[in-house]
Design a protein around this ligand. Structure first.
Ligand SMILES: Nc1nc2c(ncn2[C@@H]2O[C@H](COP(=O)(O)OP(=O)(O)OP(=O)(O)O)[C@@H](O)[C@H]2O)c(=O)[nH]1
Ligand SMILES: [Mg+2]
Length: 256
């Protein structure tokens, strides 16, 4: 976590144009054209171990790093773009190369919480790049694709990796994405809930395409991190579970 207040400047919260995708533009302009590990270019993500959450001129009270992880194609980049820009990247799937990031400042109960969200490549060949960034993450969103059983089966392997590389107290949430694809669904909601319960994780189903539960997932993380930074009670994890269960929406189109 870091704390900082810098003067608000118009449009300053947006990353440089060179790393911004056109909201509905061609897929070639999407984020994820990342650097193959540290050190990155001046506008790219800072190398691990040298956080630069103060960059960009955002106005905020407290800042955290959130990482998106999961198999290639589960929808990490789309989830981030939906959250950041409110758009869906339809069309040809362009896999993220290495790692990329976006910032977004949320108002959490009157406090400006800046999330620096790292979008990792799910492909195996970039795994060593991703490993280097785990240790700086305050929270991880672990995704699988409800239309892809293998991505669900691989969650255990991702958890092992997280255990090995992430901080012990990292905030972790499991997300089953693409629930809009009801016809193609192969992982039932109950299966996701069961796995999450076994692992003690908060769980939600999402759709980057429809925007279902996307803001909620990031808001829940921001609330948890903010609470942890301002309080020292031990039952905060339970509160995150409660919040997610209470607020999570089920789309009528998306029932298994
Ligand atoms: N139907 C549907 N398709 C989605 C959703 N989210 C992502 N997709 C599609 O799934 C494909 C992969 O999405 P990405 O966000 O690029 O996947 P990723 O997890 O970032 O993949 P890597 O960068 O390779 O790790 C794209 O074709 C998206 O359009 C969703 O919520 N619903
Ligand atoms: Mg991606």
């Amino acid at each position: 976590m870091s704390r900082k207040k810098t003067p608000k400047s118009k449009g300053a919260s947006a990353p440089p144009a060179s790393v911004l995708p056109a909201a509905n533009g061609p897929r070639a302009a999407r984020p994820g054209t990342a650097r193959l590990g540290p050190p990155g270019p001046p506008n790219g993500p800072p190398p691990p171990g040298r956080p630069s959450l103060g960059g960009g001129g955002d106005f905020y009270d407290v800042a955290f790093k959130v990482m998106l992880v999961g198999d290639s194609g589960v929808g990490k980049t789309c989830l981030l773009v939906r959250f950041k820009d409110g758009a869906f990247l339809a069309g040809t799937f362009i896999s993220t190369v290495g790692i990329d990031f976006r910032n977004k400042v949320l108002d959490v109960d009157g406090m400006k919480v800046k999330l620096q969200i790292w979008d990792t490549a799910g492909q195996e060949r970039f795994r060593s790049v991703t490993h280097a960034y785990y240790r700086d993450a305050h929270a991880l969103l672990l995704l699988y694709d409800v239309t892809n059983k293998a991505s669900f089966d691989n969650i255990q392997a991702w958890l092992t990796e997280i255990q090995e590389y992430a901080q012990r107290d990292v905030v972790l949430m499991l997300l089953g994405n693409k629930v809009d694809s009801a016809q193609e669904r192969v992982v039932k909601r109950e299966d996701g809930e069961k796995l999450a319960k076994e692992c003690g994780l908060p769980f939600m189903e999402t759709s980057a395409k429809l925007g279902l539960n996307v803001d909620l997932a990031f808001t829940a993380i921001a609330k948890e991190l903010k609470q942890r930074s301002t309080k020292s009670t031990s039952d905060l994890h339970f509160q995150l579970h409660d919040y997610v269960q209470r607020e999570g929406r089920r789309a009528s189109c998306c029932r298994p």
